[in-house]
Design a binder for this molecule. Structure first.
Ligand SMILES: NC(=O)c1ccc[n+]([C@@H]2O[C@H](COP(=O)([O-])OP(=O)(O)OC[C@H]3O[C@@H](n4cnc5c(N)ncnc54)[C@H](OP(=O)(O)O)[C@@H]3O)[C@@H](O)[C@H]2O)c1
Length: 321
């Protein structure tokens, strides 16, 4: 994707892991970008100001998802909006606040500002968490996570993403707002920001030795650069619509640690499963055909892992042995 696009777009939560790559690619494509951050002067957003094109075409605005007027100011006059901001935590407090109300604030502000298209960052967690789905069923865009199950299991993050996406679709349908949704799996890959984000800490614990075992669990993974490109494809392709599963591959945690141990035998990577009583969890099936048809080509997963680890080494989160 190259070119010089003469549009202004807003990215909420611009300093985040995914949003930083999105801002970088948007600037490279020629967009003017309004990035919302909670504290524009904070050191954790400094990397944004160093991106190519940032001096000329990036403006950072202070905004909080729960402060409606700050969101109105950020989206006023822009052509498109990428709503990525959301705390990534299992704390149930985020559900009604930044997740649901924050998303509705962004949609309302977009609708009132006649934004051409909103691309919402949801999650695969809003799609696949359903114990009633037979293991042979393929996880696709029409699937929804079971909110009762998420409540019962106190899975605050997936509950927040599921309820926020439901609320967003209800609002978009009522208001006529053009919304496209990206549903990424667990996102890994190189960091642009200096701070550690939640999904990267997922592999850091295996490299530092703080995790002595791995869980009997399967998850889908995707590279952060692919997630950012998926957002741009969803924005720029007029025919893009609905939801897009953005996942490269499903791995059992045992497979993930095996791969890490093969690539980095020098680190104390756990080789023991925490659950020795139950049979090994079987991977679920997933289709990423829809996003591939939009033009996304996934980066090789081994490259994604290597780039994640290099970035953790460069930032001093792990020593180079
Ligand atoms: N990483 C993954 O594995 C993954 C997978 C699927 C979906 N997603 C979704 O992708 C999006 C970005 O995730 P990420 O991994 O890039 O997370 P991240 O690095 O933690 O970024 C989250 C961003 O949200 C902002 N934010 C949080 N609460 C806010 C509020 N009340 N008002 C304004 N901004 C707020 C944060 O701003 P501050 O810097 O001010 O805290 C931060 O910039 C989220 O919607 C997440 O649910 C992530």
């Amino acid at each position: 994707m190259t070119g010089a696009i003469q549009e202004t777009v807003c990215v909420t939560g611009a300093g985040g892991f995914i949003a930083s790559w999105l801002v970088k690619f948007l600037l490279e494509r020629g967009y003017r970008v309004i990035g919302t951050v909670r504290d524009p002067d904070e050191e954790k957003n400094a990397h944004l100001k160093r991106l190519e094109g940032a001096n000329e075409r990036l403006t950072l605005l202070k905004a909080d998802l729960l402060d409606y007027e700050s969101i109105v100011r950020a989206v006023k006059g822009v052509d498109g909006v990428f709503h990525t901001a959301c705390p990534v935590t299992d704390n149930l407090d985020i559900v009604q606040g930044p997740a649901v109300q924050g998303t509705l604030n962004v949609l309302k502000a977009c609708s009132e500002s006649n934004v051409k298209r909103l691309v919402l960052t949801s999650s695969l967690g809003a799609i696949y968490m359903n114990p009633a789905r037979p293991l042979d069923d393929v996880v696709i865009e029409k699937c929804w996570s079971d909110t009762d199950y998420l409540q019962q299991t106190k899975n605050g993050y997936c509950l927040a993403k599921t309820l926020a996406e439901h609320a967003a679709w209800d609002y978009a349908k009522k208001s006529g707002l053009d919304m496209v949704v990206i549903n990424p799996a667990v996102v890994l890959g190189p960091l642009l920001q200096s701070t550690l984000n939640a999904s990267t800490s997922h592999i850091l614990k295996y490299l530092t030795g703080s995790a002595k075992t791995y869980a009997n669990f399967c998850q889908a993974y995707v590279d952060v650069r692919d997630v950012a490109q998926a957002h741009i494809l969803a924005y720029e392709t007029p025919s893009a619509s609905g939801r897009y599963v953005c996942a490269d591959r499903v791995l059992h945690r045992g497979e993930l640690v095996d791969l890490l141990a093969k690539l980095y035998p020098e680190y104390p990577i756990p080789r023991k499963c925490s659950d020795e009583r139950n049979p090994r969890a079987q991977p679920f099936k997933i289709s990423n055909e829809k996003i591939q048809n939009l033009g996304l080509k996934f980066l090789p997963f081994e490259q994604c892992l290597k780039d994640s680890v290099s970035s953790l080494q460069e930032r001093g989160f792990i020593n180079t042995l």
